[in-house]
Design a protein around this ligand. Sequence first.
Ligand code: MTE
Ligand code: HPA
Ligand code: MOS
Length: 787
Amino acid sequence: MKAHDLRHDSATGHVTGRSVYVNDMEAGPGQLVARVVYSKHAHARITDIDFREAAGVPGVAAIITAKDIPGKNQMGPVVHDEPCLAEGEVSFAGQAVVLIASETEEAALEAERLIRIEYIPLDAVLTLRDAIAKNNLIAPPRYIRSGDAASAIEKAPLKLEGMLETGAQEHWYLETQSALAVPGEGREMTICASSQNPSETQAIVAEVLGIPRNEVDVEVRRMGGAFGGKETQANHVAAWAALLANATGRPVKIHLFRDDDQIMTGKRHRFLSKYRTGFDEEGRILAYEVELNSDAGAATDLSLAILERAMFHAENAYYIPDISITGRAYRTNLPSNTAFRGFGGPQGMAVIENAVDRIARLLKKDAASIRKLNFYGIDERNQAPYGELILNNRLHVIYKRLLLSSKYEERRAEIDIFNGRHRWKKRGLALTPVKFGISFTTAFLNQAGALVNIYKDGTIQVNHGGTEMGQGLQTKILGIAAAEFGVSARHIKVSATNTSKVPNTSATAASSGSDLNGMAVKNAIDTLKARLKPVACAELLKAGAKDPYHDGIVFAEDAVFATDEPEIRISFPELVMAAYLAQVSLSATGFYKTPGIHYNRETGRGNPFYYYAYGMAVSEVEVDVLTGMYRLLRSDILHDVGDSLNEAIDIGQIQGGFIQGVGWCTTEEIKWDDNGRLLSHSPDTYKIPTVSDIPEVFNVELLRDHPNEGTIRKSKAVGEPPFMLAFSVWLAIKDAISATGGHRFEPHFSLPATAEVVLLSIEEISNRIKNRNEMNQSTFNKEEGNP
Ligand code: MTE
Ligand code: HPA
Ligand code: MOS
């Protein structure tokens, strides 16, 4: 089996139920279960906490509050504005106040019922609109500007302005937030975590316990999905479990109930964005001004990095000479919003994609052709608003190939005929591109470490800082190690991620898990191979080779040999044993940092990305005019992953990312009541995609013959970019709505385009037809916002 078609390491484990998750781990008979008691108020002063009666429930081992925290009461990952347990005040419904550890879940639930927390409710900010009205900024605004957008819009022959709201999104990882804390000797604490960022989990556990980091080991075997939701917020359960383990001296496990997880944890940031654009009669965009406003929730978390990535993707795939991008994050009394696949990119891109769609409708042109007209150029029109040059642009080749393979033009004509013949069913079609910057936008995070051990029997253990969340990182790393060592994968084990093996790692995030850790592993393997080569030369001489020399040694087919004498070989285990006897170290660390990236937040200029990932999708939907329901008939995707590290995994990432994006764009709607309590907190009130939401025809292809120079095995990151291809579905729905008015009216639209949004939008168009309202032809074509 070739390295790049290795099966996902958990493929059999997952379907047989043998893959181990935190909730499957047991630390012995003394292990306790934990329960987190959280606030029911969005904003309130705590006047009293009484748990005397609860403490008497048989089986309860400990009940603790903020005042029992031995270290700092903090778990804010970047800004320390997030108490581990509420102290004096709660700032969102779902905030942890009291922790219970007990022998059984029943005892914990009984104790919870008996705990009395007295609150005095305070005024709460529960909507982004309210936060904006109150100017409740969480940090000063940020800007990226190039040219003079305002005057270019003034001078432009045609203009548009509008507003777009995009919704929150629940991660819905199948494994809810979990942690097992096991106290050791003295102050030692071991955490089995389900965290994308074991080093940060280690840091926060150490901080709340008031102990140094070298006393805390965090191990992550795998997560049952994360999607950004465990980049920072997995630290919370780990800190709570550690506090209870420390208080009781016994192992403590937390595994949140689904509803509690949904209520307590942050989501994708909802955005409210305003824009103006100027363009010419051809549809060429001359200028764009956008204000991106996000709902950070009650604490900073990663909101500023997410806002920044939204700003970096505000122009998506389009070259816009005069552009002004403003980003603002607002504090509300809701759970702190956090990383979610795309990390702000989707929110930034939705605005420009909707604007381009409006331009096409206004000019009565096909939207795909307007997109193409505005794509970044190859040798000109290729500078991003922040100054980075867009090199190795793959937009044009993908567009050309996808237009053909999806039969875009023929289907466009067929759809027009279909829509002419059907009154109560309308079809829509849309093509949308994605250009996604690869690298952590916080430049120093672009580093990774590895530790590779070779044992005397010739087997290899690979450790690195990345974590497995279903994305197939460990399988890709296995493939990389097998290819670099030239040994078959069955002799290599990629171990669980552990902070004591590889320290000070960055989160597995920003889609760079394989880019960064793959290179660090290669670096360690290069070191080991350099040490093994002299041994190989000596052994090959002994075996009769004439003149083996270092640079001529090849590691392949579970053996080493000289290039010019491939028939004389030493098996890899023999080589390893010879090296051991020659007292050569068989263990090496590796390190990698991405070269040449930097960004200055003050000036809004720099080269934040090492490269870009590109993709494009064409989607077709059918909307039921009477109900607003729709079906996804077909999606065609062509996506660029450079030279794929593992084709099956990459295709799976593209399919999964796309469908997750379709959920955000269509059915996933998060609602709170007037008191800031989550209404959509279970699978029956929150609709994620299921098999029936997958397109009836689904063609996913990788862009062939486009290696990415300068990365591990010329590959590209794939985890997040395909998420944003779901705009093709969102805008196909809009195209179908638009067809109900003969494409003469701009539909009212927002994201998600739920059946309700669609139905109201159709109704609004039919009212406009009834009133014989002509399209508004004033200088600005106003869109009144959402229905
Ligand atoms: N795929 C699966 N199956 N489960 C996940 O949780 N997370 C996504 C993506 N694909 C995720 C996933 C997110 S948000 C990121 S940033 C990347 O995987 C992280 O992994 P990578 O850097 O190794 O691609
Ligand atoms: N993506 C994900 N996580 C991050 C990033 C990013 O770009 N920057 C800082 N943390
Ligand atoms: Mo992914 S949102 O960068 O964890």
